[in-house]
Design a protein around this ligand. Structure first.
Ligand code: PBG
Length: 331
């Protein structure tokens, strides 16, 4: 039946009618806020390319977490800036690593019980060269390097166990080494941490949109790039295989990343896999919106919520976003 019997505008007339037929909703419990932990006390250092995002010492991170609880935010994703870096990424897996310290502080504060603490598992913030795994280099040809898959698995598994022992509710490997979910699952089980879930960054694309994060986490590779381990942005079918493999290896949830330039991948993953699925609105997505807000070119609240809604509509159950607090305030 067509016009004039059918008039789509009838259901758009008032906000109550629109609310009644709204298909997708955002809620604070489905957003995760990333925190960048650094050594020291009372440190709150804003990141140049990410207005409103800070490197925080553990005491400041606890305050930030308290405000997240008040806003009803679902959880935190923790990254660390170690005081020292080396080839073995010692700061990632040592018992007194910066994220381990942060987790103990967060977990000893009962006011924070409602927050799910998710620890990012990667080596790039902790290696002197900034790659996500162990690097082999030929002294005669320093430009030729190789990120060693299997040798990196042991350190990633050790990192995951150490973070779970320090109190992480969930561990989230973001390194893109093959077989890391299996290695982490079996190491957790051996350490009697069989109840710790794995959120795998199953489909993580090699993206220019991670640029500002590398300032925030001081993790830019010192040579080369990440294209030999992160995915080629052109590949949707390959993303489905990555997810399939991670689930077979024991991932409990999957994370897609970046979000806005890859909404089709999120949708395809949602249609193909009946598992909890998150999406990461990454640093570059955040900073391009912030840059437009600063110039008065976009309306901040509407543009922010619309970008988050699009990620939910594409099929994400939850969203990791630097807008978590602003969004929760509005919802
Ligand atoms: C670590 C990691 C990165 C991001 C999350 N985990 C950086 C990278 O892979 O280069 C990016 C997050 C963001 O851009 O907000 N491997």
């Amino acid at each position: 039946m067509n016009f004039p019997v059918t008039r789509m505008r009838r259901m758009r007339r008032t906000e109550s009618l629109r609310a009644l037929v709204r298909e997708t909703r955002l809620h604070p419990g489905a957003v995760i806020y990333p925190l960048f932990l650094c050594p020291g006390e009372g440190v709150r250092k804003e990141i140049g390319s990410m207005p409103g995002v800070f490197n925080l010492s553990v005491d400041e991170a606890v305050k930030e977490a308290e405000s997240c609880v008040e806003l009803g935010i679902g959880g935190l994703l923790l990254f660390g800036l170690p005081s020292e870096k080396d080839e073995q990424a010692t700061g990632a897996w040592s018992e007194d690593g910066i994220v381990q310290q942060g987790l103990r502080a967060l977990k000893s504060n009962r006011k924070l019980d409602s927050l799910v603490t998710i620890a990012d598992v990667c080596l790039c913030e902790y290696t002197s060269h900034g790659h996500c795994g162990i690097v082999a280099r030929d002294a005669a040809h320093p430009a030729d390097f190789h990120v060693e898959n299997d040798a990196s698995l042991e350190l990633l598994a050790r990192t995951a166990v150490s973070l779970a022992k320090a109190g992480a509710d969930v561990v989230a490997p973001s390194d893109m080494m093959d077989g890391r979910v299996q290695a982490i699952r079996s190491a957790l089980d051996d350490a009697r941490l069989e109840d710790t879930p794995i959120l795998s960054y199953a489909a993580k694309f090699a993206s220019a949109f991670y640029g500002p994060f590398r300032d925030a986490a001081d993790s830019a590779p010192q040579f080369g790039d990440r294209r030999s381990y992160q995915m080629d942005g052109a590949n949707l079918r390959e993303a489905m295989r990555e997810i399939d493999l991670d689930l077979a290896e024991g991932a409990d949830m999957i994370l897609m990343k970046p979000a806005l330039p890859y909404l089709d991948v999120i949708r395809a993953a949602r249609d193909e896999f009946g598992v909890p699925l998150g999406a990461y609105q990454v640093s570059g997505e955040y900073c391009m919106l912030q840059a437009a807000f600063a110039r008065g070119w976009l309306e901040p609240e509407r543009a922010m919520l619309e970008s988050l809604l699009s990620i939910r509509r594409a099929g994400a159950d939850f969203i990791v976003t630097y807008f978590a607090k602003e969004a929760a305030r509005l919802l």
